[in-house]
Design a protein. Structure first.
Lengths: 144, 438
C-alpha cells in the first residue's frame, strides 16, 4: 500500500437514543478499540473513551436523542456531539462539578452525579459547547 | 516477538480443526489454518479458555514434571493454596504438605505464606502512594497479560508488587542461603493450578528473572499425591504449616481483597467478565471503586485449568477452611518488606493489536478493513478460521488471509463463474451454427 499525500480521516457516526441505557457505552467502546488498533497512546485512548462515554450518557439521560461523530486524524481526534433538544437553560451551572438536573430515577441507577460536562472538558484539549433551549446542544471536542 | 514463549500449545495430532477454540479466545489469538488451530503467540495470555473448551483435548499447557526434581540436590515444593481444595476435607493441609515430601521434595513452603507478605505490602502501597483509581490487582498472570495486550491504558492502575509465588520463592532462597545451602543445588518448584504461571516464570513481565526453577501442574501430580495421602496419618506428622487463613484465602475470588481494609473493593472472576469490567474502567464508569481483584478463572485460582476438582466444590472447601481461621494479616517477620516486593521492571505495552507501526498506514488499513467487513456476511460462523467476520477482515489487511477464505464469498465467486460459463457456452463461433434452409 502506498501512502497518500493527504491522509483521509476516519469518520464514525453513532446515533444515540434517549433512555437507551442498555446500549450506552457501545459507541465509546468501539471508538476505543479502533484507537488501540491504530496504535494511539494509552493516555489518549483513555481520555477519548471517558469523554465519549460521558457524551453518550448525557444523550441517553438528558437529550431527546442525538449523535456522536468521531473523526480520527493521525494527530488529533475530533468529537462532535449533537442533539435535537431540549437544550441547557443554564450552561454556566451545568459546567459546574456536582450540578445535575438528572431525575431521581436516573440517580438511583448511579448516574447523574453532575460530573458529565466537567469530565468531558477535563479530558479534551479543546472544548466548546453551544446550547439553545428548545433547539439543542452541540459539543465540539479536540483530543490530542 | 516471534520467540515469545508461552505455556499453552496445541497437540497437532489431536486437533481436528474445529472452530470451538477460536470463538472462546478473549484476545482472538487463535486461527484455524490448514485444518489445525494455530496460536498467535504474542496475543496469547494463557488464560486457559481454549484448554477448557477443546472437545478433542488438543490444548496442552507446557509444564515440568517430577523427573525434573533429580536435577537438584534439594528440590523444594511451593504449593499454591488451591492444591488443598483438590482433596476431600478429611485430608488436612498438613497431610497434603507431608504428601509432597513423600513425592520426593526435600522441603515444602506454602505459597499462602508468601501471600500474607504480599497482602501487607499491598496495604502499605494503597495507604502510602498516590495511585490512579481503581487500583488493579496484579496477582493473576493472565489478567496482567490481558492488560498488556488489550488494555495498555490500564498498566498504570496495576499494583506494582510481586506475586505470592515469587514472594515465597524469595523467602525460601533467603532461608536456604542462611542455612548454608549452595543456591545452585536448591531447585524451587511451584505446584500450579495455572498455565499462565508457567509463562510468568519463563518469561516474567515484572522481574529480571524468576526465582522459580520449575512449574508442576496440580493435575499431573494429583494421582500420586492422593495415593500418598491415603497412608499418611495426620497425628504422626510434624507441623509444616506456616500460613494462616489470610494467605489461604488467596485461592478463591475475593481472598486478596478481603485483606484490604477501608476501601471499596470489586471482585471479578472469569476472563470474559474481567474484560467487560476493564472496558468500563477505561470509560471512567467505575468511579467509586478503589480496588479491583480480577481473576481469569471462575472461582479464582481454584478454577485454574490445571486443577482436578470442579471450581465450585473447590471453592466450598476453601470456604470451610476459612471459617475456622481469621481473615486478618498475621504478625510477620519484617522482611521481605514492601521495597523487597516491588516489581523490578515496568510492564511495557507491545502494541500487538496494532494494524501497523505507522498510524497513517494503520488508518489506511482500517479504512480497507471497514469496507471488507461490510461486504462479509456478518454471520461470524468461523468457517474461514477466524473468530468473527471482523477478525477475517483484519487478517486480510494484515496479509494473512484472503477474501475467498469466506465460504460465502467463495460461493458467490463460483456462482458468478458458473453464470459466465453458461453465458459463454451459448455463444457460437461465426464459422459454426449455420441455419438450415427450410
Amino acid at each position: 500500500m502506498e501512502k497518500h499525500e493527504q491522509t483521509k480521516a476516519l469518520v464514525m457516526i453513532f446515533p444515540i437514543s434517549k433512555g437507551d441505557f442498555q446500549s450506552a457505552g457501545e459507541a465509546s467502546s468501539e471508538i476505543k478499540n479502533k484507537l488501540l488498533q491504530l496504535g494511539f497512546p494509552g493516555n489518549l485512548i483513555r481520555r477519548v473513551a471517558i469523554a465519549t462515554y460521558e457524551a453518550e450518557m448525557n444523550l441517553v439521560i438528558h437529550s431527546d436523542g442525538g449523535k456522536i461523530r468521531a473523526e480520527i486524524n493521525p494527530d488529533a481526534i475530533f468529537i462532535e456531539v449533537t442533539d435535537e433538544g431540549p437544550g441547557i437553560p443554564n450552561l454556566h451551572m451545568a459546567m459546574q462539578e456536582g450540578f445535575s438536573t438528572a431525575s431521581e430515577e436516573v440517580r438511583e441507577m448511579g448516574f447523574g452525579a453532575g460530573m458529565g460536562l466537567p469530565n468531558m472538558r477535563s479530558c479534551a484539549s479543546k472544548f466548546e459547547i453551544v446550547s439553545v433551549v428548545g433547539k439543542g446542544t452541540t459539543i465540539k471536542m479536540v483530543i490530542s | 516477538m516471534n520467540s515469545y514463549f508461552h505455556s499453552v500449545t496445541i497437540q497437532k495430532e489431536l486437533c481436528k480443526g474445529c472452530t470451538n477454540c477460536i470463538k472462546h479466545c478473549p484476545t482472538e489469538a487463535i486461527r484455524v489454518r490448514e485444518g489445525e488451530a494455530k496460536i498467535i503467540n504474542e496475543r496469547c495470555i494463557d488464560c486457559g479458555e481454549c484448554i477448557r473448551i477443546c472437545p478433542q483435548h488438543a490444548k496442552l499447557a507446557i509444564t515440568d514434571d517430577l523427573e525434573q526434581l533429580s536435577k537438584y540436590k534439594f528440590p523444594i515444593a511451593l504449593p499454591a493454596p488451591s492444591l488443598y481444595a483438590q482433596f476431600d476435607s478429611s485430608y488436612t493441609v498438613n497431610q497434603i504438605l507431608t504428601g509432597l515430601l513423600e513425592l520426593g521434595f526435600y522441603r515444602v513452603y506454602e505459597v499462602a505464606y508468601g501471600a500474607e507478605f504480599v497482602s501487607r505490602a499491598i496495604n502499605y502501597h494503597l495507604k502510602n502512594h498516590f495511585f490512579p483509581k481503581p487500583a488493579i490487582s496484579s496477582a493473576c498472570p493472565a489478567v496482567l497479560r490481558l492488560i498488556q495486550v488489550k488494555f495498555p491504558e490500564l498498566i498504570n492502575n496495576l499494583i506494582p508488587i510481586k506475586s505470592p509465588m515469587e514472594t515465597t520463592a524469595l523467602i525460601v532462597r533467603e532461608i536456604m542461603k542462611k542455612e548454608g545451602y549452595s543456591p545452585e543445588q536448591v531447585g524451587i518448584f511451584f505446584i500450579s493450578p495455572c498455565a499462565a504461571k508457567v509463562t510468568a516464570v519463563k518469561n516474567s513481565l515484572v522481574s529480571a528473572a524468576s526465582l522459580i526453577d520449575g512449574v508442576i501442574s496440580i493435575s499431573s501430580i494429583y494421582g500420586d499425591l492422593l495415593s500418598k495421602l491415603k497412608v499418611i496419618k495426620d497425628t504422626d506428622t510434624p507441623n509444616l504449616r506456616k500460613a494462616t487463613g489470610a494467605g489461604l484465602g488467596w485461592a478463591i475470588t475475593g481472598g486478596e481483597s478481603r485483606l484490604l481494609k477501608g476501601i471499596r473493593r470489586l471482585n471479578v472472576d472469569g476472563i470474559t467478565n474481567v474484560n467487560k469490567v476493564f472496558e468500563e474502567v477505561v470509560m471512567g464508569k467505575l468511579k467509586d471503586v478503589d480496588f479491583i481483584e480480577g481473576l481469569a478463572c471462575t472461582g479464582g485460582c481454584v478454577g485454574g485449568p490445571l486443577t482436578v476438582e470442579n471450581p465450585f466444590m473447590a471453592k466450598e472447601r476453601i470456604h470451610c477452611m476459612l471459617n475456622e481461621e481469621r481473615g486478618e494479616i498475621p504478625e510477620l517477620p519484617d522482611r521481605p518488606n514492601y521495597k523487597d516486593l516491588m516489581w523490578e521492571k515496568e510492564i511495557k505495552s507491545l502494541g500487538v493489536l496494532r494494524l501497523d507501526d505507522d498510524i497513517v498506514m494503520a488508518m489506511q488499513k482500517m479504512e480497507i478493513m471497514e469496507i471488507l467487513h461490510k461486504n462479509l456476511p456478518g454471520l461470524d460462523c468461523g468457517s474461514c478460521g477466524a473468530p468473527t467476520c471482523r477478525a477475517l477482515a483484519e487478517d486480510i489487511v494484515r496479509g494473512q488471509a484472503d477474501e475467498v477464505d469466506c465460504i460465502f464469498k467463495l460461493r458467490e465467486k463460483v456462482t458468478y463463474l458458473a453464470e459466465k460459463m453458461v453465458e459463454i457456452s451459448s455463444k457460437m463461433p461465426p464459422s459454426l451454427g449455420k441455419k438450415e434452409k427450410e
